[in-house]
Each structure stands twice: as structure tokens, then as C-alpha cells.
Design a protein around this ligand. Structure first.
Ligand code: IPM
Ligand code: MG
Length: 373
């Protein structure tokens, strides 16, 4: 029996609650599909700041490097919110681990579950045929470019006092664009359709380089795939006007952050969007949502984005495609039976079908058991 070591990073807020559901579901999957999952839990984000003073302790990186995959829940919360550049922030842990593991490609599949069509903020007819993959560059751009906060010698603040200035830099090197473009074109090949490359080439120099490089890679290696350039403001509009036009969307780090939150609403809830971060080192899987501090500890969080992230882990890191298919089918079937967490319930959802985190996890486990061959 194959043993997989998973580095668990429960993080903050609802993180520990949804992590527990992932572990429970992996237990059932291991039994059914003949694999053993071993878990090494480590600190990241606010929890790590509280325990060690830093959002990404060395020990966490050591465990992550040694693991077959990393499963991360969510980080952050008001407790650690600060605008003081000298104070640690939970997000530094997340960005730090992405960078340290070389995870330059963040894949966010936007999949519509039939049963949730009415939970979307768009009318159901707009969701017909929506099945897209957002490929977000994850270790470059504004998130990692040169930045500073400094006293501005030229400008003046209010009242004539010396002002401050701050800047972040959207910085891309050719090789960073090349490799993310290849990830997108490869994905489009297996999905068989097209790539929208999203940029702001009418304004930004980094976007002009982005566009040139994407086209060069396209012409040289992927001329069988259709390539469409789209400006990011237009993409934001197209996502709600005609989302079915998209197959693979590839874009730089921050555009991808923003557009993927927008796209998540097509699925009904940010609580349904999973992600896989792939690159040079151990791959990392995490829901796209945050730590939802407002509902933390109350057993209300939707664990499905976390479980869908487990599905991606089974596929990409362990090549357990049958198990991944079974998990996806179990989730689909629980939703088809009408079960909902609060975030995906509607006015018409019967009260008795609205469940919490643990019950949702149990339902998925039950389905996995029922469909056992
Ligand atoms: C995401 C999140 C993170 C990001 C935050 C928490 C730093 O929004 O994974 O989309 O901006 O990358
Ligand atoms: Mg985000």
C-alpha cells in the first residue's frame, strides 16, 4: 500500500475546522482506494505568529519540503491586521511558502455544480456551459516586486507636514511569463479549447512584455491552441456577461487574485473554489477563500472548497484519479440531494437540509462509502 505524507497547515479562523473534514474524508478514501495518508501538522499565518513571532517558521518549510503534498486551509484574521510595515502579517506566511516551494502556477477550476445553479448571483441561463480554469501566476508581479514605504522628500502630507510615499512594483521576467504560459497552453490542450491571456497591455509595460512572450510561446509551441488577448477590465466584465466563452484564462498574480474571486461567484460561493499551486517543489493545495473570522469556531464553514482541493491533490500529486473522481461525484451527489451549508443555501432551502461543517463532511464520507464497489 502506498503511503503519502501530507503536510497540513490548518492556519487561522475556520482553517482548523475545514482541515478536520479533509482529514476525515482522506481516511475514508485511503481505506477505499488502498492508500495510507500520514499527516504532519505545521504552523502558518497568525497561528505561527502567535506561537513563534513569525508567519512562516523554518520548521514549517522543512516539513513542507519533505512532504508529498501540502494541504493548506486558510490564514489571516483581524487579530493580526496591521498597516505597520514592521509588524508580521499572516499573509507573509502564505506568500513566503508559495515562493519557497517555487509554486508559480496556481490553478483555480471554476466548475458549476448543477444543483447550485440557483445559488449563483447570475441567472442560471448565464451559467450554461461554464467550465473554466484560471491559471494565475503566483510568485511574481506586484506581490513580490520591489516595494517601500518612505518619507517623501518632495511631496507634503496634510497640513504641510512631511508626507509619506509607498510603492509596489509589477515586475516580470521573461522566463516567468514563459513557464506560466506553457502551463496554460498545456491545460488548454488537454481541455481542448482555448486560452484567454489577460493583461493591461494598453497601459502597463509588464503587460506588453507579457503579451509578447505569450504570443512567442504560442507561435513556437502551441499554434494548435486558440489564443485570445483580453484586457483585464474587459475580462472582469466578460466574466459576468458571458462566462461560458472562457476555457483557460492565464494572467499575472494580482489580476488572477481579483478575477478568481469574481469567478467564484459563478459557482454560488467563494466556499466552492479550490486551488492547486504547482511548480518546482512540493505542490500545495488550498481553497481560494480566506479564514472567515466572522464564523470561525462556530461549525458553520463550508468545507467543500477544501474537499475539492483534496480532489486536486489526489489528481495532481498522487495520480489517484479514481479516488479524485469518486470524491467529486460524492460532493456532487450530496449537493444534488439538497444538502447545503449556509453560504450556498437559498431562501427556498429547507431548514433541515442546511447543515454545518462537520455534517457536510460526514455526508461526503457517507456518499464515498455508498458508492463503494
Ligand atoms: C488568495 C488570497 C491570498 C492572495 C491572500 C490571503 C494573501 O486572497 O489566495 O487568493 O492574495 O493570494
Ligand atoms: Mg484571493
Amino acid at each position: 500500500m502506498t503511503t503519502y505524507r501530507i503536510c497540513l497547515l490548518p492556519g487561522d479562523g475556520i482553517g482548523p475546522e475545514i482541515t478536520a473534514e479533509a482529514v476525515k474524508v482522506l481516511g475514508v478514501i485511503g481505506e477505499r482506494f488502498g492508500a495510507t495518508f500520514e499527516f504532519d501538522e505545521a504552523l502558518l499565518g497568525g497561528a505561527a505568529i502567535d506561537a513563534t513571532g513569525t508567519a512562516l517558521p523554518e520548521s514549517t518549510l522543512t516539513i513542507a519540503h519533505a512532504a508529498d503534498a501540502v494541504l493548506l486551509a486558510a490564514i489571516g484574521g483581524p487579530k493580526w491586521d496591521t498597516t505597520d510595515p514592521d509588524k508580521p502579517r499572516p499573509e507573509q506566511g502564505l506568500l513566503g511558502i508559495r515562493k519557497a516551494l517555487g509554486l508559480y502556477a496556481n490553478l483555480r477550476p471554476v466548475r458549476i455544480f448543477d444543483a447550485l445553479k440557483d445559488a449563483s448571483s447570475l441567472k442560471p441561463e448565464y451559467l450554461e456551459g461554464v467550465d473554466m480554469l484560471i491559471v494565475r501566476e503566483l510568485t511574481g508581479g506586484l506581490y513580490f516586486g520591489a516595494r517601500a514605504r518612505e518619507r517623501d522628500v518632495e511631496g507634503a502630507g496634510t497640513g504641510g507636514a512631511p508626507g509619506q510615499r509607498a510603492y509596489d512594483t509589477m515586475d516580470y521576467r521573461e522566463f516567468e511569463i514563459e513557464r506560466i504560459a506553457r502551463v496554460a497552453f498545456d491545460a488548454a490542450r488537454t481541455r481542448g479549447r482555448k486560452v484567454h491571456s489577460v493583461d493591461k497591455a494598453n497601459v502597463l509595460e509588464s503587460s506588453r512584455l507579457w503579451r509578447e512572450v505569450v504570443h512567442r510561446i504560442h507561435e513556437a509551441e502551441y499554434s494548435d491552441v486558440e489564443l485570445v488577448d483580453q484586457l483585464v477590465d474587459n475580462s472582469a466584465m466578460q466574466l459576468v456577461r458571458n462566462p461560458a466563452q472562457f476555457d483557460v484564462m492565464v494572467t499575472e498574480n494580482m489580476f488572477g487574485d481579483i478575477l478568481s474571486d469574481e469567478a467564484s461567484m459563478l459557482t454560488g460561493s467563494l466556499g466552492m473554489l479550490a486551488s492547486a499551486s504547482l511548480g518546482d517543489g512540493t505542490a500545495l493545495y488550498e481553497p481560494s477563500h480566506g479564514s472567515a473570522p466572522d464564523i470561525a469556531g462556530q461549525g458553520l464553514a463550508n468545507p467543500l472548497a477544501m474537499l475539492l482541493s483534496v480532489e486536486l491533490m489526489l489528481r495532481y500529486s498522487f495520480s489517484m484519479h479514481d479516488a479524485a473522481d469518486a470524491l467529486a461525484a460524492a460532493i456532487e451527489s450530496v449537493l444534488a440531494d439538497g444538502w447545503r451549508t449556509r453560504d450556498i443555501s437559498e431562501a427556498a432551502t429547507p431548514l433541515e437540509l442546511t447543515v454545518g461543517t462537520v455534517a457536510m463532511g460526514d455526508l461526503v464520507c457517507e456518499k464515498l462509502g455508498e458508492t463503494r464497489r
